[in-house]
Design a protein around this ligand. Structure first.
Ligand code: PMP
Length: 301
């Protein structure tokens, strides 16, 4: 396997940086996470919403004063070429990452220290369970006024990792963050939808959460299916009293939630709206839905 390493495609084992790098010492970087899906022909790989992911990466980098080594089209091509060079004919996850590779002391952000890498790996499921048990974390989501939570800075993920660790230690599969003011924010790496009386709800991207690409896609897919959707703040106990809940993200796709803080939702299985969206989403990402084909970039000519 090869990794794109600041200008070259090198063997994975040769893609190494110094322990002195500011990226390691201070978490100065930002990244993307993109999925490619094997099409039904068993050969073609369809990258899901590549253009939106590259745009978000550009915005992330700009927010933290890092520079990508090319235009939107050039970054997209680096990622597609990575998949080709790795001879990928399976479900794949792509990780572009730009970071400060200065080896000098003190956390300082400077465009000229930017270092861009991208690697790929096979990925089927991110959360390996049909239906998960989640808890509300004792950790609060980092405020967007402390670390920009709307984009994807590497350092922000200490917050996610602490919450996940606590959740696992307490026997849960995933953690749900509240904001400092107590509104539902997001999971450690997923957005949240609940359903009540046939209507889907999800908090807006002003609740210290990421501007999510899967979340936006699901809002569009709900419209395709005629499922009503409302974007609004969600309180903690609404999670307990919802009929259905699911998490979504590039990794998590659509992951149904069975219980929140040991309160079982609905009849404890996958709810009907969740099931419909899951099935439709799977069809869309594998290229079976004509009207959503423009979300997919084929890797192979
Ligand atoms: N929230 C966080 C903190 C994440 O890291 C991710 C994964 N990128 C998500 C939500 C899901 O966002 P997306 O659908 O854009 O992958």
């Amino acid at each position: 396997m090869v990794t794109y390493f600041n200008g070259d495609y090198v063997a994975d084992d040769d893609a190494k940086i110094s322990v002195r790098s500011r990226a390691i010492n201070y978490g100065l970087g930002c990244f993307g996470g993109i999925r490619g899906y094997l099409a039904d022909d068993g050969q073609q790989v369809l990258v899901f919403r590549l253009a939106d992911h590259v745009t978000r990466l550009q915005r992330s980098a700009a927010v933290i004063f890092l520079r990508l080594p090319g235009t939107h089209a050039e970054i997209s091509e680096i990622l597609l070429e990575l998949v080709r060079r790795n001879e990928v004919h399976h479900d794949v996850y792509l990780r572009p990452l730009v970071f400060s590779n200065s080896e000098r002391l003190a956390p300082v952000l400077r465009e000229e220290d930017s270092f861009f890498v991208a690697y790929s790996m096979p990925l089927r499921r991110y959360i390996d369970k049909e239906c998960i048990d989640v808890c509300v974390s004792s950790w609060r989501r980092v405020s967007d006024n402390a670390i920009p939570a709307r984009v994807k800075p590497t350092g922000l993920y200490l917050n996610s990792a602490l919450a996940r660790r606590e959740a696992f230690d307490n026997g849960y599969d995933e953690a749900i963050f509240l904001t400092e003011t107590g509104k539902v924010s997001e999971g450690s790496a997923e957005h949240i939808f609940i359903a009540r009386r046939g209507v889907l709800y999800s908090p807006p991207s002003t609740e210290d959460n990421l501007d999510g690409i899967t979340r936006r896609s699901i809002i569009d897919l709900a419209a395709d299916l005629g499922i009503p959707f409302t974007e609004r703040s969600i309180g903690r106990s609404e999670l307990y009293t919802s009929d259905e809940m699911f998490l979504c993200g590039t990794g998590a796709e659509i992951t149904p939630v069975r219980s929140v803080d040991r309160r079982v939702l609905g009849d404890g299985g996958i709810g009907p709206l969740t099931k419909r969206l899951q099935t439709y989403f799977a069809d869309v990402v594998r290229g079976r839905v004509e009207r959503r084909r423009d979300w997919l970039t084929p890797v192979w000519a």
